[in-house]
Ligand binder design. Structure first.
Ligand code: AMP
Length: 357
């Protein structure tokens, strides 16, 4: 493909959840068409996309047929099997590229990459069995968190080790999966920077948002974050460094802990991010349009923030409040069209514009 796609081109999206859905809407607003690849039936993105392929990531024929109908491939989640990526990449460009996926699919590789850039992370050690866990606890101390290296999300695949005696249970919780032990970061609060990089290498960041989690799941993101200006500049510079090092094209979520000594990078997500949903009501160009612009080779849009916003996730039974929220002034509802309400399931979100004094 040429670096830049014209209106009418087809964007292939791996994953049909709410992020794929909002990417499809943004693509459609710019005149592009989308084709979703998703193993599950009736995906949220399928309601708004031009085409859906329902097949597994091990279905080579379906992957090839999908790739042949699209001009560029992007994705809404990072845990795409390597074999599927090999098939797709032989046929069409994947943006963001493979290096971003390789780094973000494995917490150990990710931490080594970040430290290699001179960024601060939690202290960490590779854990594969009880001996290496005990060595890691001796080195890092407690409290600490044991996390699976791969496939963790929303706090899943994690066990806290408050004292050395917790080691056995924590290792059992990993169910034999390779893991890393992370030292506990004593942070004041958490922020994320949603950053974008275009094909020409231009970088733009949305204002950092302040995140509150409950039970490992993001509850709210508030902008502006109560960050000192120096730290705000640091956060943006750190995100730029990461994107440039990966020769990244697209939007990335960078999660950071704010400590009295400075910013600590928690993790990176090579995709649009839940903590960037506030941009839909806070900016002229939101994270979804920014991602589409980047992957089709357009210039990045104006992501300057013009409003103060609180984004609240609607999780499980929060759906009971939808009628009341629909009547609230200053509230913008985004529902994902998921048929079944389940505890812990992200059903939608609301962006509330906060009046400025
Ligand atoms: P993660 O899946 O790595 O984003 O972790 C989920 C949540 O657990 C984070 O948002 C933090 O609130 C908490 N957490 C993860 N790692 C650490 C750490 N090393 N120190 C303190 N809290 C952590």
């Amino acid at each position: 493909m040429s670096e830049t796609l014209s209106t009418g081109a087809v964007i292939g999206i791996l994953g049909g959840g709410q992020l794929g859905r909002m990417l499809s809407v943004a693509a459609s607003r710019l005149g592009f068409r989308t084709h979703i690849f998703e193993p599950g039936a009736n995906p949220p993105a399928g309601h708004v996309a031009d085409q859906v392929t329902t097949a597994g990531y091990d279905d080579v024929a379906a992957l090839k047929a999908f790739a042949e109908t699209v001009d560029v491939i992007t994705y809404e989640f990072e845990n795409i099997p390597t074999e599927a990526l090999d098939v797709l990449e032989s046929l069409r460009p994947i943006r963001p590229g493979r290096e971003a996926l390789r780094v973000s699919q494995d917490r150990l590789v990710e931490k080594e990459f970040l430290q290699g850039l001179g960024l601060t992370t939690a202290p960490f050690a590779d854990v594969s069995d009880m001996a290496s866990l005990q060595a890691a606890i001796a080195e890092i101390g407690t409290p600490a968190i044991l996390k699976t290296r791969r496939f963790g999300y929303d706090g899943k695949g994690q066990a806290r080790i408050m004292e050395p005696g917790d080691a056995e249970q924590a290792l059992a919780d990993m169910a034999g999966a390779p893991a890393i032990l992370e030292g506990f970061v004593d942070f004041g609060f958490e922020i994320s920077v949603i950053a974008a990089r275009g094909v020409t290498g231009e970088v733009a960041c949305f204002d950092p948002g302040e995140n509150v989690h409950e039970g490992g799941i993001l509850r709210t993101t508030t902008v502006p974050a109560k960050l000192r200006p120096m730290m705000q500049a640091d956060a943006v510079l750190m995100a730029g460094k990461i994107l440039n090092a990966l020769d990244y094209v697209g939007v990335m979520g960078v999660e950071l802990f704010v400590t009295p000594k400075g910013l600590v990078v928690n993790e990176i997500a090579p995709r649009v991010h839940n903590s960037g949903h506030w941009t839909q009501q806070g900016c002229t160009v939101d994270q979804f349009e920014q991602h589409i612009r980047a992957v089709v080779g357009w210039p990045l849009g104006d992501g300057a923030r013009y409003a103060d916003v609180v984004m609240e996730n609607l999780i499980g039974d929060d759906m009971d409040r939808v009628d009341a929220i629909a009547k609230e002034p200053g509230a913008s509802l985004h529902l994902y069209g998921k048929a079944d309400v389940k505890p812990g399931r992200k059903m939608g979100h609301v962006n509330r514009i906060v009046a400025r004094d």
